[in-house]
Design a protein around this ligand. Structure first.
Ligand code: FES
Length: 125
């Protein structure tokens, strides 16, 4: 799949991300460090974040790719329960110390892409 723009990176098929379902994981270079990231679908749109809690810089999913709380309204960190809006990453409860690190996501022709930016790059092999 050729990305529609040079800074877009193909991630998965649109159909792989069910509404309120499991996230799709991927790796990025964020500020020079290799980090896990994830994309999920909420209210019809795909949202992506670096998998790093704003409370303590650790991954948030104890069960791989499970990020929604039981209500399906928030992303929840499994460590201490910080909650975040799925569409903006804003912290709305718990011990989080700010928003999640958002990654711009684009859907095009049934494919989900993430967009690299200055501090967020693709892993080079
Ligand atoms: S590490 Fe996420 S709430 Fe503490």
């Amino acid at each position: 799949m050729t990305p529609p723009e040079p800074d877009l990176h193909p991630l998965c098929n649109s159909a792989d991300l069910a509404e309120g379902g499991l996230a799709c994981p991927f790796d990025v270079r964020y500020q020079g460090q290799t980090c896990r990231a994830f994309a999920l679908r909420w209210r019809g749109r795909v949202h992506g974040y670096v998998n790093r809690c704003s409370h303590v810089a650790m991954e948030m999913d104890w069960r791989p790719n499970h990020f929604f709380d039981l209500t399906g309204l928030h992303i929840v960190c499994a460590s201490h329960g910080a909650r975040f809006r799925p569409d903006t990453g804003t912290c709305v409860g718990g011990p989080g110390r700010g928003p999640l690190i958002k990654i711009e996501m684009v859907e095009h022709d049934g494919v989900v892409f993430w967009r690299s930016q200055y501090s967020l790059r693709a892993i080079e092999f």
